[in-house]
Ligand binder design. Structure first.
Ligand code: GRF
Length: 208
């Protein structure tokens, strides 16, 4: 069994999608542990309820970012993961952590990168008058919300949309796309050439 560690900070709906899909599809991999920087993350309670190992590492106990990074790296090392999935993890990871897990570290971001890295992506897309929005799964690099793009899901922006409606439409697509992208990584299906990710078998990396 390959081992996945998921890092969260909140609700954990992408975590749920990953755990559910892995179980339903009988993956040769499973979520060994869920780590949160917040003790009150709903996803932590959910994972505990399923008997998945959990850990909380409160970033406020580490005034220096690099120390938090070291502690997180040491914690995650316990499970010797084959893949580390960031799913709504609201801390920027330092270069030490990123380099340690290079090639097995994925994130899902609720915009069509490279548009709208950072926060409030849906509000910014609406304010810019975008007609399309979506989400991106990408390899994590030391630069926030950058890194080679593994998959993208596209949704329309509809008349009358507000942030919540658009976010819900995008999130539904994240739940389909993120488990699929993670499975590709675990199966060794992803090739990165000059910053561009290709699926070895030619599977579509675009969810329309
Ligand atoms: C998602 O929109 C994801 O794209 C972003 O944070 C949100 C996490 O939601 N990185 P959840 O905790 O997985 O429900």
């Amino acid at each position: 069994m390959k081992r996945i560690v998921v890092l969260i900070s909140g609700r954990g709906s992408n975590l749920e999608a990953i755990v559910r899909t892995a179980r339903e599809e009988g993956w040769p991999a499973r979520v060994e542990a869920v780590v949160s920087n917040r003790a009150d993350a709903a996803g932590i309670a959910w994972a505990r309820g399923l008997g998945i190992e959990t850990a909380v590492l409160d970033h406020r106990a580490y005034p220096e970012r690099a120390r938090f990074d070291e502690a997180l790296a040491a914690l995650v090392d316990r499970w010797q993961p084959d893949a580390v999935a960031l799913a709504g993890f609201m801390r920027i990871l330092g270069p030490a952590f990123v380099q340690r897990h290079e090639g097995r570290l994925l994130n899902v971001h609720p915009s069509l990168l490279p548009a709208f890295p950072g926060l409030h992506t849906h509000r910014r897309a609406l304010e810019a008058g975008c007609k399309l929005a979506g989400a991106t799964v990408h390899f994590v690099t030391a630069e926030l919300d950058h890194g080679p793009i593994v998959a993208q899901a596209v949704v329309p922006v509809l008349p009358g949309d507000d942030e919540a409606r658009l976010a819900a439409r995008v999130l539904e697509r994240e739940h389909a796309m993120y488990p699929r992208a993670l499975r590709w990584l675990l199966d060794g299906e992803l090739l990165v050439e000059q910053g561009v990710v290709r699926h070895r078998g030619g599977a579509s990396q675009l969810w329309l």
